[in-house]
Design a protein around this ligand. Structure first.
Ligand SMILES: Nc1ncnc2c1ncn2[C@@H]1O[C@H](COP(=O)(O)OP(=O)(O)OP(=O)(O)O)[C@@H](O)[C@H]1O
Length: 613
């Protein structure tokens, strides 16, 4: 592997930030059919709305001179058509908005599950979940309360202006001067709304992340009587979100009287100036009434447009946050598929965790940056940031095919990191890792992982049934195979009562003990057809009876397979074919238990402490 394939991820050429407005336009383009239909309906509603004052004008002029029944019938028909068009428009828009939210959520789910592992190291899951939940919900408002309202409103306004110009141009110009000034103020203030919405959503994200962490550690919190303290901390975050919401409220509150004042002023001008023109005989009473009604038609959409601009700005704030995730290139799966092999070799491997990712998503609610600049479109390069501390230095090791290799050493020595590198969760900063004789750098990540079964230090159990957990890695598993795997890890009896494999295990597997969780994860691994098994402290959470069960399951599972096991308790690995001792990210020694007792002072010390010698 070359030095260039460091822990930075490849840049996705498509991942440049297009800006939230362009993204919004892209979303709208995806739904152009229904939006076009909504637009037509909105135009029908506007046109029928605009026709009403003209008909009323006619009625006023003709009343007393000739029958107006037919005009009244036309007016009623126009009213009905206008209402029906409105109703359909709302339905089409709301449905389209739900589609837009669905599409956004789908892409987010796909991306959130495929980000480079290093992103999860630094990003709070609660914040990522908020982006999927409340941020996507804000997108809906851009459709329902935004775009079409605005377009339909503009159409009505233009129509009203043209018709008013036909009636009395000087009166119109006076009214427009007032309204244009108000519009300029509203549009300028709305950019603040976008900024504050993004900050508000960041606060909500931080609150979600805090609550997520607290609920994950609820037993510790309650046992430490720390609920009040955690409560206080979360209340502070909730208060912060409130503060941001209040800023939006202040702007919206200030804008409301501005638009209201502008409208009142316009009406006063029309009544005063228009009334004078009626007495001067320049304008008929019917014309003045029609002019006032058109002013209504101009004013109503203007109010809608003002609020639509704010709604769209809010949605754009949320879209910014969604785009931040979408702009992170998904973990690459480049390279050719790996051929099956069972040995792994590290040659002079250096590795550091990328620790400069904290700013990749603006989840920090204190961030007050303007949302308009492009969010980070790639993981920052390791060179650009402060050089992170090395976790592995010059590690060379051979993990032979079909044998058991144990990794031991003090806490923080880098044992779990070696397992992460074997799974290609990260790439080394220097050196080469080989699967058989194939360089990892040439292989696709998924094909390497296909050959590997892994049980984490804190065995991950998904909420759902035993069955769902067992089939996670291998959906082809049969009932008989599942029971046999459960038997091998000593869990058959635990689930023998109905509903058997359909037994639901709670969120985070809470209805199972630590040892049972570990064993269920082990059973899942046994069902995978992997030729290399990685176990991170498989017996860390269990008593000696469970330990025996697990060790015997591991023994059966590892027949003809390569086993790499990280162990604190040396007693569990004294029989390993090879034991590698890691110390501060370097290989301190390797050999069998008997050899290491003689050759490695560190191993001897560890064995001594554990009363093995
Ligand atoms: N995701 C991460 N991001 C940054 N640093 C990490 C990360 N994971 C581990 N480290 C650091 O890397 C070093 C090695 O950690 P590692 O988990 O590999 O040690 P270990 O030998 O498995 O320890 P233990 O026996 O306590 O599990 C430690 O200093 C640890 O703090």
């Amino acid at each position: 592997m070359t030095e260039s394939t460091s822990s930075q991820e490849p840049k996705d050429p498509k991942s440049t930030s297009p800006g939230s407005f362009r993204v919004l336009l892209g979303m709208l383009a995806q739904h152009r059919g229904p939006l076009f239909a909504a637009l037509i309906l909105s135009l029908i509603a506007s046109a029928t709305g605009l026709a009403q004052p003209a008909i009323i004008n006619l009625v006023i002029e003709k009343i007393g001179e000739e029958p107006v029944t037919s005009l009244i019938i036309v007016l009623t028909a126009v009213l009905i058509i206008s209402s029906i068009a409105d109703a359909f428009q709302i339905f089409v828009l709301t449905r389209t908005a739900e589609h837009a939210v669905l599409n956004t959520r789908r892409s987010l789910i796909t991306r959130l599950l495929r980000l480079p592992i290093s992103v999860y190291d630094t990003q709070r899951t609660g914040d990522l979940v908020t982006r999927l939940g409340s941020d996507t919900t804000l997108v809906r408002t851009a459709f329902t309360g935004g775009i079409v309202d605005m377009v339909g409103g503009i159409f009505t306004m233009v129509g009203a202006i043209v018709l008013m110009a036909l009636i009395d141009p000087p009166l119109l110009l006076t009214v427009l001067a007032v309204l244009v000034t108000a519009t300029i103020i509203v549009v300028a203030a709305s950019s603040k709304i976008q900024k504050y919405t993004k900050q508000l959503q960041q606060s909500v994200g931080a609150l979600g992340a805090g609550m997520d962490r607290a609920l994950g550690a609820i037993r510790t919190i309650r046992s430490a009587n720390a609920a009040d303290r955690v409560d206080e901390e979360l209340q502070v975050q909730a208060q912060q979100a409130f503060g941001r919401g209040r800023k939006i409220a202040i702007i919206e509150g200030a804008l409301y009287p501005i638009s209201g004042l502008a409208l009142q002023l316009s009406f006063l001008i029309v009544l005063g100036f228009g009334g004078a023109r009626v007495s001067a005989g320049v304008l008929s009473v019917g014309d003045l009434v029609a002019f006032v009604l058109y002013l209504f038609m101009l004013a109503m959409p203007l109010g809608l447009i003002f609020s639509a601009v704010n709604t769209i700005r809010s949605a754009m704030g949320a879209i910014d946050r969604i785009q931040e995730v979408m702009n992170i290139a998904a973990e690459d799966d480049l390279g050719r598929p790996a051929r099956t092999a069972q040995s792994i070799t590290f040659r002079d491997v250096d590795f550091s965790y990328p620790d400069n990712l904290t700013g990749i998503l603006s989840s920090n609610p204190d961030a007050t940056t303007d949302p308009s600049p492009a969010p980070h479109s790639e993981l920052p390069s390791t060179e650009a940031a402060v050089q992170p501390a090395p976790v592995l230095t010059g590690v060379s090791l051979e993990i032979p095919a079909g044998k058991t290799t144990a990794l031991v050493g003090p806490s923080g020595a880098g044992k779990s990191t070696v397992l992460s590198l074997i799974q290609r969760f990260y790439d080394p900063s220097r050196g080469t890792i080989l699967l058989g004789d194939q360089d990892f750098a040439d292989l696709s990540r998924s094909s390497v992982r296909e050959q590997i079964g892994f049980v984490e230090q804190e065995a991950a159990i998904l909420a759902g049934t035993v069955w769902q957990n067992l089939r996670l890695a291998n959906p082809q598993v049969t009932d008989a195979q599942a029971w046999s795997a459960l038997e091998r890890v000593g869990l058959k009896e635990r689930f023998s009562a109905a509903p058997g494999l359909d037994t639901v295990i709670g969120d985070r597997g809470v209805s199972l003990s630590g040892g049972q969780r570990q064993r269920l994860a082990l059973a899942r691994m046994l069902l995978m057809d992997s030729s290399i098994l990685l176990l991170d402290e498989p017996t860390s959470a269990v008593d000696s009876r469970n330990e025996e069960l697990i060790l015997s399951a591991i023994n059966t599972a590892s027949r003809n397979r390569t086993l790499v096991v990280v162990a604190h308790r040396l007693s569990t690995v004294t029989d390993a074919d090879q034991i590698i001792v890691l110390e501060e990210g370097r290989v301190a020694a390797s050999g069998t238990h008997a050899e290491l007792i003689k050759t490695s002072p560190l191993y001897k010390e560890l064995a001594n402490k554990q009363m093995l010698i």
